[in-house]
Ligand binder design. Structure first.
Ligand code: GRG
Length: 299
């Protein structure tokens, strides 16, 4: 049985050390730009995507240096995620003042620099995956990682989902459209995190398929719980402004189904995620515990 709090603390420590090692340092002519990137990256965050990537890799590979091999990819995922939060908070998008319990990037550094901080993190992610001097899998697998992340973060994934999300505000959208938004805006990067860990650890096609189903289900659970927390949790708890979905006229699971049924749907997604791991041994225990944590989380 995994003690999830202990596990998360340990894994976050690994991710923080990786980010410190692989993030650009504040020096030279661009130090003010790099400061804004580092601010948003190190200001906080649960690090759930890199942790899922590491856990997926360890579920399929026992090699002692697997963590070392996976870390650049895990850090790339956090760079992409942080960039998306910076841009999502901009006045032209969700216009938020608070993120990870601190002022948003544009509040601290201005709008132009926040756009550049996001751009810098997005680009740095692909540099981490493609730099042959960094640890990682063989070149052909690195290409698969790059393609997986590009697809998940781009116009058929997170960016496309953000477009649909913004253009659907104050609209009476059908539930199918909400599912598409959730799958692309949030789910795609979470599935990519799991797939990248599996690919870098040389998972076979059956393992990759099972882990993709796990990733899809935890991605859905994550977003349903995010919808719920926006209604049920406080701004202090979340470290970002609570209650904004209703204010912005966003379609959400609680708006469609109410709180109780939404909880049941999140639980069902977690069950699907655990079921997808049925052929894995105890090395997948952390993935099972992470699925449960995604349901139980309060921030
Ligand atoms: C601007 C291209 C672009 C995309 C934005 C991720 C995203 C797409 C918007 C963020 C808005 C939002 C609240 C999405 C719901 C799910 C989500 C990504 C929540 C934040 O992720 P956490 O909870 O954050 O993992 P931390 O701070 O813990 O890393």
């Amino acid at each position: 049985m995994v003690d999830i709090q202990h596990y998360l603390k340990q894994q976050r420590h690994i991710v923080e050390k990786g980010l410190q090692r692989y993030m650009i340092q504040e020096q030279g002519s661009f130090s003010a730009h790099i400061e804004s990137m580092r601010y948003s990256l190190f200001v906080g965050g649960k690090r759930i995507r890199p942790i899922l990537c590491l856990a997926a890799g360890r579920a399929v590979c026992t090699s002692s240096d697997i963590e070392e091999q996976l870390l650049p990819a895990a850090c790339a995922l956090e760079c992409i995620h942080t960039y998306s939060l910076i841009h999502d908070d901009l006045p032209a998008m969700d216009n938020d003042d608070l993120r990870r319990g601190q002022p948003t990037c544009h509040k601290k550094f201005g709008e132009a620099e926040a756009i550049l901080a996001g751009d810098g993190l997005l680009t740095h992610a692909f540099s981490l995956l493609s730099n042959p001097d960094l640890p990682g899998p063989p070149p052909a697998t690195r290409l698969q990682l790059i393609a997986t992340l590009a697809h998940a973060a781009g116009s058929h994934g997170m960016v496309g989902g953000q477009h649909l999300d913004i253009t659907s505000e104050e609209q009476n959208i059908p539930f199918e459209q909400l599912k598409t938004i959730h799958r692309s805006k949030t789910g795609a990067l979470i599935t990519a995190a799991v797939r990248m860990g599996a690919l870098a650890a040389q998972a076979d096609p059956i393992q990759l398929d099972a882990l993709t189903r796990y990733g899809d289900a935890v991605g859905l659970a994550f977003q349903i719980v995010d919808d719920l927390l926006d209604v049920t949790a406080s701004t202090e708890q979340l470290g970002k402004t609570a209650g904004t979905d209703a204010e912005q006229g966003k379609a959400t699971y609680p708006a469609f189904f109410g709180t109780k049924q939404t909880q049941a749907l999140a639980k069902e997604a977690v069950h699907t995620a655990k079921e997808a791991l049925s052929s894995f041994d105890e090395r997948a225990e952390p993935l099972r515990a992470l699925a449960q944590y995604i349901f139980d989380r309060t921030c």
